[in-house]
Design a protein around this ligand. Sequence first.
Ligand code: NAP
Length: 475
Amino acid sequence: MRILEEKTLPVIVTNRASWEGGNAAVGEPARLKVLADAAAAGADFIDVELAAFAEFRSLFGASAIPRPTRLILSHHNFDRALTLPEIRAVYADMVDADCDVCKVAMAAGSATDNAVAFAALGEADERPMVMLVMGELGQVSRVVAGKFGAFLTFASVGEGREAAPGQVDTATLAGLYGYRGITAETKVFGVIGNPVSHSMSPALHNAAFRDAGIDAVYVPLKVDDDIAAFIRTMVPQGFHGFSVTIPGKVQALDAMDEVEGVTKKIGAMNTVVTAAAEGGGVGLRGYNTDWVAAISAIEEGLEASNRSLTGARVLCIGAGGAGRGLAYGALARGASEVVIANRTAAKAEALAADIGEGTRAALLEDVTNGLEGRFDVVMNTTSVGMHPNVSDSPVAGGADVLTAMGQPLVFDAVYNPLNTKLLGEARSAGCVCVSGLEMFVRQAAEQFRLWFPEIPPNVELMRSVVMAKLDVARL
Ligand code: NAP
């Protein structure tokens, strides 16, 4: 009760039953008495399980629950997500019990369950509601709750001190996501991936939105099932655009109404743009800003030494998603030949065959030992050299081979560390270097341009956010 005497903010008192996922260590009568005592002592809110309400209510006999305490009735399901009709039924029971606030928290079966939660909040017009989807799949329901009129959200007091799965800490909620500024008008963007908690995109895009005075929030969206279904489900809930990262870049194409030309050829996308569709509704357009980002950075590097991609001979190391985009991109910007070399030779051959004219597969050992002649540009699109394997390089022959190749411009898609072994050796061979940081920052800047064509992105700010996030000290 001392907490109530010394409180500086409104206080919710709860004593969650173990049968509803809580830690109450006493029997039911004693557990409920704590809540009744809190009401008598003037707690702003008490949170009582709907299932325990009849017993709790009986503690007061014919008298009312003391005011000004307000009653939150809650229902938690840690095993599964509820359907919208089930939530409606729980909400109706809570309203019948004459609570002040209805609270429903449910486990996530799928990231699309967030849409059910948002729909439930949208319908809640008889009493204020709190509606949460638990776990990382439901984190967005906690972060953007305010957009859908939620009475409040729950956050942890610090990282690692979460009281329920998926909670964000208060500093991140208020700072990174600007929770207090989120209203029904706030546009929601996010990065879809799995895993996605490590992504630097929320820090970068939220900073850029704020800098440009845009009323929008950008959140990580873990999706571990049908990505196309997730996109289709969230757009009607007011989601305005998405970034898509591994493993969703191919599957997301299925949700699009229209796919940009080179993106279609690449067969992988990383950006969803929403626009009003002819005849009503919202149309979805897919873009790939990865290749534009890397190729524009390479072009700028070439220009600085009075060279260009037109007619250039390009070596693409790697034949995965990034390799595919960059090989197409280099050809789209005028390269005369793109030689594709990959650890798994069959994949390089398949990519070269798929792209066709202007490409050829070569053996990785041959190119990295300097047996494939001169190149104007060398692009590493593999993860070789990425933290923690910082002493690896995809060019086995090092600086000598790069010199023998004719001091090509060297691009490394890896950006952690910024200064990879490959780039270090390229610099000592006198090559112009372009780091993966440029690709990362530019793909984000290009996304921003697609989402807000009238507002120029603050690319310098984006770069500094990523630099600050990377452990520069370690590099
Ligand atoms: P991916 O589709 O999984 O392809 C991975 C590629 O790396 C394949 O060619 C693979 O060869 C090769 N590889 C992996 N480990 C290797 C090893 N130990 N030795 C030799 N080759 C190896 O991945 P992705 O999406 O293309 O991404 C590749 C890299 O680009 C990652 O490091 C990623 O972080 C980076 N990237 C950076 C940006 C940026 O903005 N800077 C954007 C996208 C990607 P096999 O076919 O033989 O497996």
